[in-house]
Design a protein around this ligand. Sequence first.
Ligand SMILES: NC(=O)c1ccc[n+]([C@@H]2O[C@H](COP(=O)([O-])OP(=O)(O)OC[C@H]3O[C@@H](n4cnc5c(N)ncnc54)[C@H](O)[C@@H]3O)[C@@H](O)[C@H]2O)c1
Ligand SMILES: [Zn+2]
Length: 351
Amino acid sequence: MRTVDILTEKPYQVRIGRGLLRELGGQLALVHRPCRAVVVTDSTVGPLYLEEALASLQGAGFSAESYVMPAGEEHKSAETFLDIQRFLIRTELTRSDLLVALGGGVVGDMTGFCAATYQRGIPFVQVPTTLLCAVDASVGGKTAIDLPEGKNMVGAFHQPILVLCDTETFDTLPDLRWQDGAAEMLKHGVLADGEMFALLAAGSWREKAEELVQKNVEIKRSFVVGDEKDKGKRQLLNFGHTVGHAVEWLSGFSLSHGQAVAIGMIAETRTARKMGLTKLDEEIILRGAQANGLPVSFPAAAQDVAAAILRDKKRTDGGIAVCVPLRLGETRLHMLPLEQVREYVEMGLMP
Ligand SMILES: NC(=O)c1ccc[n+]([C@@H]2O[C@H](COP(=O)([O-])OP(=O)(O)OC[C@H]3O[C@@H](n4cnc5c(N)ncnc54)[C@H](O)[C@@H]3O)[C@@H](O)[C@H]2O)c1
Ligand SMILES: [Zn+2]
């Protein structure tokens, strides 16, 4: 088992290894006294892993119940959120109990936000079952739901008390989900680790999943610790996400999150190069994305993408902080004035 300590204001550990789901109860008992635990999962992950999770919790003295939400980003909604909250009230969950997120980033973001708000905040545990969730979403404490007006529009910062990543669960992931994870890892490579970027860009790295999860959690940690509320260096993690979130939204979620991020990274780097902010050629990222089966462009009108970006909660009065990759492994923030957003998008979408 590999362990990464995340020393945020409330420190917690990420534990990574094959077969760890069987140890969920025992691992949880090390950080929380036995209580009632509600496992939130989705309709795809539930049939695969819920039984094992519940049995492990019960075996360690937790009384375990479950809530199964429909799978898919379109269900990271206010309706699901309210339904879970009402379920928690009906089951009389108290503030000394906890939630367990068993699934990908959708379940993680949803469960985290439920935990952040149920009775003004109860503890929760992340059990990521997608690579994307393991290398990114499960760490850092950002939780959110989507509204018809925009993605991740309503959320909270709420750190988990434990992240338990059983890499054996990746065995059932379809190719698309491996590709999604690759996109966020490529992002981390551009931001902080050129060597890892090269490994990913060469393809065939799946057997190194455990090591890669550890490496990526460490990279994410380096941006999150010291900036939990996303006011400084953490904003660099938005690389690829300014344009990415917008095209993900405009595609009506026919693009997955990882696919959108790949498109976003290429567009944002292209713009930065055209603006003379970097010498890094976006072709390098494009080839890395292609080697992992990721799309590299999307037919959206620049004005629609710009409008979606301008609705994004990450803008401030002064503009939008965008990430400029200087070379593989080094980046900086650039403040883009709001009136330049349209031009920024046009430059990025046009080869
Ligand atoms: N909070 C953060 O910091 C953060 C960071 C990155 C992404 N996110 C969010 O994460 C979400 C994307 O996460 P995701 O890609 O994990 O999506 P997801 O949770 O929708 O999972 C993708 C699909 O894979 C299925 N699945 C999950 N585990 C499986 C397994 N082991 N075997 C077979 N199928 C499995 C799910 O049911 C789902 O259908 C987005 O909503 C994004 O905004 C959040
Ligand atoms: Zn992302």
